[in-house]
Design a protein around this ligand. Structure first.
Ligand code: ADP
Length: 380
């Protein structure tokens, strides 16, 4: 719209109106001059006509020039200010204002122009702020979607790993039981003097039993074993586990900070399995802190997408988990512990147990600031 007005003005449509005005006034003055001339001639019939016309013409020209100057100052010049202002406004100079002291209609027009420019500037600022916050929101949502997608892929990966692990574990379990049984039988038959054979057989039994432990872990992860759900108070479960681990040497130098919500309702869970998860988390925390530091255990009620949940938090003051490992720690066999100490099954098994309870287990960790594991179980 604004561009259209400027185009009209630039095409001199307005200028031609001013020109017409000047022309009309000029003609009017010429007529007045001629009338005066005739009167003068009539009053002085003997004077020369050329002299009279010269006086009359000079009067007309001087008056016209004088009128043109006045018209230029009161109409054309202020109008050009307005045109210039609109031109700048359409080119985006929202802070441009017209300074006109005139109190006439053009002065009013300039004031309205300034008010309009002010409003436009405010709208522009508002729009820019909206765009900025919209961009930020889009960015935030994109990150959230990306994270959710990653989590979904991870969950899928863990589920297929679990199915594969369950199959492999079942296949290996029977031959392994055979190896252990027959190694024991051979050990019984071996004469006591044959020290070398006895030592070798003991190595076979030890290693096979280690394999058996891993298989049990795998079966736990895939949860092929049946579970027995009962209604329990999770706070009581936590306290039972704590009184058990506190007496173990590796927890002597660890302080416990208990923040339990006593108003939580009882929930239906397999207590043995959930306790196994708590023990896994506590053992990992003790390992990470090299057996000295602080473990915070909290229980609370939370809501997620309208469903009521019970959240349990296990936070330690250890070194935390490096960012590149956070997505891997729930995978079976992922461990950073030395060979023989870690199997990489503790968290994978815990994940399997919590999933079976239709819950969630996740970690928040910043290197150097400890690790916080969260378990969420349905409250109903
Ligand atoms: P394992 O304990 O046999 O290594 P887990 O599945 O229990 O197997 O743990 C996998 C890995 O996760 C650990 O090796 C360790 O690197 C990391 N981890 C688990 N808990 C913690 C923790 N509290 N602090 C730091 N790292 C941890």
């Amino acid at each position: 719209m604004m561009r259209r007005i400027i185009e009209v003005i630039k095409k001199k449509k307005l200028h031609s109106i001013t020109g017409k005005l000047i022309l009309a006034i000029g003609i009017m003055m010429l007529t007045v001059g001629l009338v005066f001339s005739y009167i003068f001639i009539a009053k002085n019939p003997y004077s020369r006509l050329a002299e009279v016309l010269l006086y009359g013409g000079s009067f007309v020209v001087i008056t016209s020039v004088w009128l043109c100057i006045i018209l230029y100052n009161i109409v054309t010049k202020p109008l050009s200010f307005l045109v210039d202002g609109m031109d700048r406004l359409t080119r985006g100079h929202m802070d441009y204002r017209i300074t006109l002291n005139a109190k006439d209609e053009i002065g009013l027009l300039a004031q309205s122009f300034n008010a309009m420019a002010e409003e436009l500037m405010q709208y522009k600022e508002k729009m820019e702020n909206w765009t900025r916050s919209l961009e930020e929101e889009v960015q935030k949502k994109t990150v959230e979607i990306y994270k959710a997608q990653e989590q979904l892929i991870n969950t899928e990966k863990l589920a297929s790993l679990g199915r594969m692990a369950a199959g492999v574990a079942h296949e290996i379990n029977s031959p392994l039981t055979g190896i252990v049984t027959f190694a024991h039988l051979m050990l019984k038959r071996t004469p006591p003097g044959n020290a070398q054979d006895i030592e070798d057989l003991n190595v076979i039994i030890d290693q096979a039993e280690r394999c058996s432990k891993i298989i049990k872990g795998l079966l736990g992860f895939s949860r092929k074993t049946a579970s027995e759900k009962i209604r329990v108070d999770v706070n009581v479960l936590i306290e039972n586990i704590l009184s058990m681990v506190r007496n173990q040497a590796r927890f002597y130098n660890i302080a416990f900070d208990l923040r339990l919500d006593r108003t939580l309702p009882e929930i239906s869970i397999d207590a043995t399995q959930i306790q196994q998860v708590f023990v896994n988390l506590l053992l990992n925390a003790a390992d990470a802190m090299e057996e000295k530091g602080k473990i915070k255990i909290a229980s609370r009620a939370v809501e997620d997408a309208g469903s009521k949940l019970i959240e349990l938090e296990f936070s330690d003051s250890g070194p935390g988990i490096p960012e590149e490992n956070v997505s891997k720690i729930f995978e079976p066999f992922f461990t950073t512990k030395p060979v023989g100490k870690g199997t990489g099954l503790g968290l994978a098994v815990s994940y399997g147990i919590i999933k079976k309870h239709e819950g969630q287990i996740f970690v928040k960790s910043a290197p150097g600031r400890g690790a916080s594991f969260f378990i969420r179980l349905p409250a109903a």
